[in-house]
Structures are given as C-alpha cells and as structure tokens.
Design a protein around this ligand. Structure first.
Ligand code: FAD
Length: 388
C-alpha cells in the first residue's frame, strides 16, 4: 500500500469524481474552502454515470423543485465557458416529448401550466405541428406533445473537465486512483476517511459516489436509499438524410429517445424490467427491442450503421428526486445522490447548493429542504412523472 502523498488532513473530503463531486469541489473552493480534497477511484474523472450519459439538459419536468433546479443550473451551463474557460458543446436543439397515452396528455397539460407559472416557456404541440417540426419521425399513435426550444444538449466530459481544472486552480486537490474503503466516526461525528492509499482526517465528508452511494453510506453506518439500475445507449454512424437541427425526441410511454450525435444519432430506451445491480455489460436482447422501437419511430435509422454502444448506471432514489444535504444521524456527512436519470443537468446547481450547506450552514440560492434524506423517514417522498 502506498501512502497518500498529498495530504493527511482536509476540511472536506468529496468521495467521487463525476459531475456531482467535481461541481461540489469547485464550488467549495470558489466559496473559500481552503482544503477540499476529492478522491476518485478510477484513473480518470467522470468515466462512470456522468461519462455514460446522454447529455440532455431540460426545463421540462413534472415537479416544481426539478424545474427550479433547471432554472438555475441551465443558465450556469450557458455561463460555463466564460466562467471556467472550457467549451462544453452546448446545442440548444430543444426537447420534444411525444405522448401516446391519454393519461400522459392530461398530466403533461397540467405540468405545462406549472412550468408556465415558473416562467418556463414549454409549448403544447398538436400532431400536425409535430409533423412540421420533425417530418422524418413516424407519428403513429402520437396524440400530441410538448416542446421547449431552450432545452438541449451539453458535453458531460467537458463539464467535468472544466470543474476539475477550475477547482484545482482555486486550490482544491483532486486525485484519481484512490478508493475510499471506510469512513471513521466518533460520537456521531465524521472524523476521517480510510483509503487504499492511507487515511485522511476530516470532519466533513461528501457522498458523491453516484450509483455507489448506498455503499458509501454503509461505510458510515447509514442507509442511503439509492439503487444502481442499468441503462444503455447506441450511437449510429452518419445519417445525412435527417436535418441537423433535429431536437432531442422522447417517446414518453416507452422511454425511448434519440438525438443528433455528431453526424449520427444517439438513442436509448429504458428497460422497465431491469433489476437493480452493478452489471454494466450491454444486454443484447434488450438492445434488439430498443433498436426495433427506434427504427419504428425514426425509420431512416434503419440505414445508419452502428458506431458504438455502452451501458451505464442510473442512481435511482425511491421518489426519483435527489437526496441533497446533511444527514441528521451523523454530523459532517453530506449527500448529493439519487438523481435518477437526470443528474448531469443538475450537477452545476447541486454542487453550489451543497457547498452552501457545508460552508454557510444552509443552502440559500434555493430552498432544498424538500430534498432532505429525512423525507424518507417521514414518509414524504415527492412524485416526479417526467422520468425517462
Ligand atoms: C445511459 C445514461 C443516460 C443518462 N442521460 C442523462 C441525460 O441525458 N441528462 C442528464 O441530466 N442525466 C443523464 N443521466 C444521469 C446522469 O448521468 C447522472 O445522474 C449523473 O452523471 C450522476 O453523477 P454522479 O457524479 O453522481 O455519478 P458518477 O458520474 O457515477 O460519479 C460517481 C463517482 O464515484 C466514484 N466512486 C464510487 N465509489 C467510490 C469509492 N469508494 N472511492 C472513490 N470513488 C468512488 C465512481 O468511480 C464515479 O466516478 C444518464 C445516465 C445514464 C447511465
């Protein structure tokens, strides 16, 4: 075992170097935290859920808290290059939800009103308007849909890289190839973390371990209700017959989505029967079901070759909302977990909010009390309909 050569003590130790951990480290350092230390067990930052995600960023959500998170986070992504000197391939192509079930139409028309109340300009589109927007899409069974031109895409790896460089410039230490193996606790207070390269004394630990959040909680004797669930993606070769300004299209009932990725398309479809687990191999049987559905909706896909495929893990909480903030049973333990398939876009704001919780004693950019882990003990989960 090689000893940690960098530091033996830290003000805050962040466990995990995906978008959540790196955003938290950056915002801690920006707010003046002198010794923030981020530990990532892989050899590169952002290779897990963040690096495997579809890059979608949207305002279209079914609960106020998710819309409010987007209302702060998406503008942070727009300012990202200016603030962090890192381009992130922003492409505001819009998100189009296709609805095929009358109950979805009812719910989306309701949530449209809620979004308008919060100043978000999502539009209702009838079938002919959808046909005009995406003439290459087969609209069989489509009853209508919602479109927001301010939704779009950004590059997850560039966002992580920007936060890593920004945090380092501000004095934080971010290290790869270090696995946290234990969390030390005395009298209900965090006192340190044990790693495969030595022990670090600290009074504050941030659980930013994404799909592995539950295991990190267990190291400290806590139950963090986050389950890993496999989701897969296929990227096709060039498809010049489909226009470049194509939006991010989601057929909601089947959780089927596709958007432009370079000259080809990226597509995914959530398997509703997938059991929780850490398997990240591609399920070829499900891939066939997925590709059949994708070609049905976007027939030109049948002519595109396959460029790449992969599987990653959603980090799913019981009510599909993040678990953000302190944990009442253990002083010094903070969570930024459970984003349930849409965490990339909320990484910027949630890192800021958690830095406020840690350094200022409470988040003030947005009231996040509804995202406290205490809601599960109190039986008050929040229901988000708009999960893909
Ligand atoms: C296929 C797919 C598509 C998605 N599409 C979208 C999308 O379009 N838009 C969107 O907003 N979100 C999307 N998401 C969700 C998004 O990717 C996640 O919510 C987000 O990336 C979670 O970030 P994270 O930092 O918490 O997790 P991660 O990126 O997984 O980071 C956690 C890190 O912790 C490290 N770690 C774990 N245990 C330890 C340990 N003991 N010691 C040290 N390090 C440890 C891991 O190695 C990992 O790097 C998608 C996810 C998937 C899988």
């Amino acid at each position: 075992m090689k000893d940690l050569d960098l530091t033996k003590t830290a003000d805050v130790v962040v466990i995990g170097g995906g978008v959540m951990g790196t955003s938290t480290a950056y915002h801690l350092a920006k707010k003046g935290c002198k010794h923030a230390l981020l530990l990532e067990r892989e050899s590169f930052f952002g290779t897990q859920a963040t690096g495997k995600c579809a890059g979608g960023i949207r305002y279209q959500f079914g609960t106020e808290i998710n819309v409010q998170l987007s209302k702060i986070s998406l503008p942070m992504l727009h300012r990202f290059e200016e603030e962090l000197d890192q381009p992130i391939d922003l492409n505001m192509c819009g998100y189009l939800f296709l609805l095929t079930r009358p109950e979805d139409v009812r719910v989306f028309q309701q949530t449209l009103k809620m979004q308008h109340g919060l100043g978000v300009g999502t539009e209702w589109l009838d079938r002919p308007e959808i046909a005009e927007l995406v003439p290459t899409v087969d609209l069989a069974g489509v009853l209508g849909g919602t479109f927001n031109a301010d939704d779009g895409l950004a590059d997850p790896s560039s966002v992580v890289q920007g936060y890593v460089s920004g945090a380092s410039r501000l004095g934080a230490t971010l290290q790869t190839d270090v696995e946290v193996t234990d969390i030390l606790v005395e009298d209900d207070q965090v006192t340190g973390v044990v790693t495969d390269r030595g022990t670090v004394s600290t009074h504050v630990v941030v659980n930013a371990a994404g799909p592995w959040a539950q295991g990190i909680g267990q190291l400290a004797g806590l139950e963090i209700p986050v389950a890993p669930v496999r989701r897969q993606i296929v990227v096709t070769g060039p498809l010049p017959t489909v226009p470049n300004d194509f939006p991010f299209v989601i057929e909601f009932a089947r959780s089927l989505y596709f958007h432009r990725e370079g000259e080809g398309f990226l597509t995914g479809m959530s398997n509703p029967s997938e059991s929780p687990g850490f398997d990240q191999s591609v399920d070829r049987a499900w891939e066939l079901v997925h590709l059949e559905a994708a070609v049905e909706r976007l027939p030109p896909l049948a002519r595109a070759g396959l460029a790449s495929r992969w599987a990653g893990l959603y980090e799913v909480s019981p009510d599909a909302h993040p678990i953000l903030g302190s944990v009442p049973q253990l002083e010094g333990f903070f969570c930024i977990n459970g984003f349930s398939g849409h965490g990339f876009m909320h990484g910027p704001v949630c890192g800021l909010l958690l830095a406020e919780e840690i350094l200022d004693g409470g988040a003030h950019t947005l009231d996040i009390s509804s995202l406290s882990i205490a809601r599960f003990q109190e039986g008050e989960g929040i229901a988000e309909y708009n999960v893909v």
